[in-house]
Design a protein around this ligand. Structure first.
Ligand SMILES: C[S@@+](CC[C@H](N)C(=O)[O-])C[C@H]1O[C@@H](n2cnc3c(N)ncnc32)[C@H](O)[C@@H]1O
Length: 288
């Protein structure tokens, strides 16, 4: 990342990226952004069940569900959370994201170009709040403020759910290290030639944008006494480790079935040490 970028520069860069690249449809009919996910059938059930963990915590019904950093509401599972709500308020810094979201939701959606760290909404208005894979795009200083904003707009007696990725630490770091070594050896054995095989096809190096990640300890310290959070698991396996170790012929589906059950049994451990935590924020009737 270029040094001396101001926070505004970072946001402009992220917005431009999603407008011009991330939410453009590619030849295979998928958004460029979808290629960061493992879309192979062998991982589909595990990923689908992990998505279900978000809905578990959101209130089942209400008038407004806020989706902060909604993107185009790209996965079918994202539609599930809307079921009991009258409107999904899609808030995103990218206009293209919202144009695409409108194609999907029509009148069930309300579309607001906005920054998750400065939400243009009244306090205590959303019975449900979710933010998936978005806060990591914020400049460092804005992370705490984004959590505060999600908490502020959340209605009393309601729950917000945030999903993000941790930096390489703990279990994530160890597995990531293993994956890198494994892939390096594989390439060396193959004579160091050719492109990396990922998913269904062969993928050249993807273009990306600004991402800022940290570990559970940092987040807990940062939000202590400010926003009450519980860290559970959304999905412990990273895309890179799925693509490396999970294959149909090697019992991949069964392995992921067991991993899911383990995550269910130890949600806090996998939440703090796996790749993607599910951060649950409850706003009690009596304000803390
Ligand atoms: C990785 S995509 C995730 C989209 C969607 N939540 C999902 O899970 O598919 C990140 C989204 O966050 C949006 N975003 C990035 N920075 C933002 C900000 N400061 N405020 C609001 N949205 C932002 C991007 O435009 C993009 O649509």
């Amino acid at each position: 990342m270029v040094k001396n970028m101001t926070d505004q520069d970072v946001k402009q860069q992220v917005r431009r990226f999603y407008d011009q690249v991330g939410w453009q449809l590619e030849a295979d009919g998928l958004y460029q952004n979808a290629h960061y996910e493992d879309l192979r059938p062998v991982s589909a059930e595990y990923i689908h069940r992990c998505h279900g963990r978000v809905g578990r915590h959101l209130k089942a019904s209400g008038k407004y569900l806020l989706d902060a950093g909604s993107g185009p509401v790209q996965y079918e599972e994202y539609m599930e959370y809307l079921r009991g709500y009258q409107f999904r308020v899609c808030a995103d810094i990218s206009i293209v994201a919202l144009q695409e979201a409108r194609k999907k939701l029509g009148d069930q959606g309300l579309y607001v170009v906005s920054d998750v760290a400065n939400l243009p909404f009244k306090s205590d208005v959303f019975e449900g709040v979710m933010s998936m894979h978005t806060i990591h795009h914020l400049p460092w200083d804005d992370h705490k403020q984004a959590y505060q904003e999600l908490y502020r707009v959340l209605a009393l007696d309601s729950t917000a759910v945030v999903v993000n990725g941790w930096s390489d630490s703990g279990l994530v770091g160890a597995i990531d290290h293993l994956v890198k070594r494994f892939n390096r050896t594989r390439r060396w054995l193959a004579g160091g030639k050719g492109l990396k095989k990922v998913g269904k096809g062969t993928q050249a190096k993807e273009k990306g944008t600004y991402v800022q990640k940290y570990n559970a300890a940092w987040l807990k310290k940062e939000l202590e006494g400010v926003v009450p959070i519980h860290i559970l698991v959304w999905r412990s396996a990273s895309v890179r480790s799925l693509r490396t170790f999970i294959h149909e012929k090697l019992g991949g589906m069964q392995l992921l079935h067991w991993l899911y059950l383990l995550e269910e049994k130890y949600p806090r451990f996998f939440g703090e040490n796996g790749q993607y935590p599910l951060i649950v924020i409850n706003k009690c009737k009596e304000k803390e």
